[in-house]
Ligand binder design. Structure first.
Ligand code: SAM
Length: 216
């Protein structure tokens, strides 16, 4: 059995026992090689169900959170999805196997470049890489069937809501800088319908419609 195959199977059982039900999402996580997106320093922890550090003080999200957020989007295969926060590229790899096209935006050039190399090496051809402030979305390819925000926002950025198709869904952690609530926002003709999913902790979404950057 290949080096990580058993660990991946164990992770999928854990995700099932934690409540992930979408078989397509579980199948994709079961074949996505997380080791390709994790720093070699943390190789032994690749299939622990937790976040791990990546460059610039950022993180590769916990597999459970990747599965849950993906499940919340209810993808059927033909969607155009915008991801804010490319990070390691792991979430992009999962999305790319469940929809038509992913547009992913990252504010750190080196993270975007490393993720792009890993995703290309893994054979994903339906991902566009953008660099910049994702809080204002990516107008060029809007509107999107779904939007996933993988960093914590003080509130739902208006620009992102605008770039969602009518009946489209956005999954986003909103709240304070330390703890947030994962929310699903559906765009309806009468206005947004918002559902709280669970508590969560993400790194900050920094930008014009997010938190201010105090790193100097
Ligand atoms: N999806 C990522 C993964 O699978 O590894 C998770 C990445 S991490 C939790 C969140 C990412 O959001 C970080 O890489 C961070 O640099 C990025 N980020 C924060 N604010 C951003 C913004 N305004 N635009 C684009 N990316 C942003």
């Amino acid at each position: 059995m290949a080096k990580f195959e058993q660990a991946r199977e164990t992770l999928i059982s854990q995700l099932r026992s934690k409540g992930i039900r979408d078989e397509r999402v579980l199948a994709v996580l079961g074949r996505t090689r997380r080791e390709r997106f994790v720093s070699p320093k943390f190789e032994v922890r690749t299939y622990e169900d937790g976040p791990l550090p990546i460059e610039h003080g950022q993180t590769i999200s916990q597999p459970y959170m990747v599965a849950l957020m993906t499940e919340c989007l209810e993808l059927t295969g033909d969607e155009s999805v915008l991801e804010i926060g490319t990070g390691s590229g792991y979430q992009s790899a999962v999305l790319a196997q469940l929809c038509r096209e992913v547009v992913t935006i990252e504010r750190f050039e080196s993270l975007s470049a490393t993720a792009r190399d890993a995703l290309r090496a893994e054979g994903h051809r339906n991902i566009r890489f953008e660099l910049g402030d994702g809080t204002i979305g990516v107008r060029e390819f809007a509107p999107y069937d779904a939007i996933i925000v993988t960093a914590a926002a003080p509130r739902v950025p208006e620009s992102l809501y605008q770039q969602l198709k009518l009946t489209g869904r956005m999954v986003i952690p909103t709240g304070g800088a330390d703890v947030q609530t994962l929310q699903v926002v559906e765009k309806r003709s009468a206005g947004p319908s918002i559902r709280d999913i669970c508590g969560c902790r993400f790194v900050k979404l920094i930008g014009a419609e997010g938190w201010q950057d105090h790193s100097g």
